[in-house]
Design a protein around this ligand. Structure first.
Ligand SMILES: Cc1ncc(COP(=O)(O)O)c(C=O)c1O
Length: 442
């Protein structure tokens, strides 16, 4: 990166903060100063990571009790006297179903309690529908083309899963109320090759948007052209609130049932970001036809999931009100981290519209939009300074953000001090990338 020859006799205009108001000569003068700062930061050899939504060690410590081994066999007997150390009970301990039912408001009988990952239950459902079809429908793999609607920006692993299965993805724009429902209704009602839609309805990854009541009702009222269309309702952040009065999400299951659409949704939850990611408990909830088919599918895959872990989680999380208390402890740890990022963004960009951002009320991410065509460059420049971010484009199907604007920031893992350093780097690179774009330097 080189500095630019400038005429320093001309002072910069007084629009100090707002780069959009600078002419090219003014931008070039600023650029040289930023490059000097960049070089200084480069020499510091930072190793910072805001790339994935991982809990910090302090958050993991909240669940240390789960790791206490208890050799007394009597502790591992379930309410119905099942010895949880042994095989059996394919769809989960009744008391675990009761617990998740109390926490979500969904009937206990709708749940299959799975293994350690909800993502793997989504994968299982798709692979089952691929090979066997939804209910009595033709297997997806035997149909000419399969498409999923993908509200974007969205969760990169959903999109990668679609690519893995050869499912064509149709991006759907996100609004502050959730996916653009006019577009969803239009497409789903006309195109019978559309078989699914990804939804992260509460604190969407990465925007932190909560679907409005109207959005949930319209989704529940869909009249898909394909009888084998399903909503993949990934409620990963159902209790991950960062405020005292969290927004309420309407229950998709009862809304669908009310409209005779009860087979539409498959709901997914997990304790990954409640207790220990990778060692938590995952849940799938659905109604009759789906339930019968997916439970049956599991009966060939496993003799039963980890009931010891289910009991261990029950003893630890106990009930809805204890879960709430536990989540308040997470909030205490992570809210200041979200605040650190938001404050840094406000400081740098409140009067400088080359960057906009979300202020989520929960979840795990802050989503930012750079000026058009700058996101990839920002991520590359951050990497040069030792700050690892999620790849630009990852929040869109096929890794292609059409405007190259969106970047997902994950505040939870680094310490507040690291976040401060990271935001210094981030803000500088946003300005450098903007000027380079304006001056056609890349
Ligand atoms: C929207 C969403 N769904 C699912 C997951 C993964 O969940 P699990 O650990 O239960 O597989 C994540 C993790 O970041 C996520 O953001």
């Amino acid at each position: 990166m080189k500095t630019i020859q400038t005429d320093n006799s001309k002072s910069s205009k007084s629009y100090k903060e707002n780069l959009t108001l600078y002419d090219n000569a003014g931008l070039a003068r600023l650029y040289n100063g930023y490059i000097e700062k960049f070089k200084k930061l480069e020499s510091k050899k930072f190793k910072l990571d805001m790339s994935r939504g991982k809990p910090s060690p302090k958050q993991l410590d909240l669940s240390s009790e789960l790791l206490n081994s208890d050799g007394d066999a009597s502790n591992w007997i379930s309410e119905d006297k099942t010895d949880c150390r042994n095989y059996g009970i394919l769809d989960g301990l009744p008391e675990m179903k009761k617990f998740i039912s109390e926490c979500t408001g969904i009937d206990a009988e709708c749940f299959i309690v799975g293994g350690n990952s909800s993502l793997s239950m989504m994968f299982d459902a798709i692979s089952c529908f691929m090979i066997h079809g939804v209910g009595n429908n033709t297997p997806w793999i035997k149909q000419e083309k399969i498409k999923f609607l993908c509200p974007s920006p969205g969760y990169d692993r959903h999109f990668e899963m679609c690519e893995h299965f050869g499912i064509e993805m149709i991006p759907i724009e996100m609004t502050l109320d959730g996916p653009d429902m006019d577009m969803v209704e239009e497409l789903v009602s006309k195109d019978s090759s559309i078989k699914g839609m990804w939804c992260v309805p509460k604190y969407s990854n990465p925007d932190g948007i909560v679907y409005s009541d109207d959005t949930v009702r319209r989704l529940a009222s869909l009249k898909p052209a394909a009888s084998d269309f399903r909503l993949f309702w990934d409620n990963a952040y159902f209790v991950h609130d960062l405020t005292d009065n969290p927004p309420k999400l309407l229950d998709i299951m009862s809304e669908c049932e009310r409209r005779g659409n009860e087979e539409l949704p498959l709901l997914f939850f997990s304790t990954s970001k409640i207790t220990l990611p990778g060692a938590g408990v995952a849940f799938l909830a659905c109604k009759k036809g789906n339930y019968f088919q997916l439970r049956n599918n599991y009966s060939f895959k496993t003799v039963g999931f980890d009931k010891i872990n289910q009991l261990r989680h029950l003893k630890f999380l106990k009930n809805r009100s204890e879960l709430k208390k536990h989540m308040a402890k997470h909030r205490e740890i992570i809210k200041p981290k979200f605040d650190t990022i938001i404050e840094a963004l406000k400081d740098e960009f409140s009067s400088n519209p080359i960057l906009t951002w979300t202020e989520p009320k929960g979840g795990y991410f802050i989503s930012v939009n750079t000026a058009k065509g700058c996101a990839k460059r920002v991520v590359t420049l951050c990497k040069k300074l030792g700050l690892n971010l999620t790849s630009a484009g990852a929040t869109y199907p096929y890794g292609k953000d059409p405007l190259d604007r969106n970047i997902r920031l994950a505040p939870t893992f680094p310490s507040t001090k690291e976040l401060e350093a990271a935001m210094g780097i981030f803000s500088l690179t946003v300005k450098i990338a903007y000027i380079e774009k304006r001056l056609s330097l890349f």
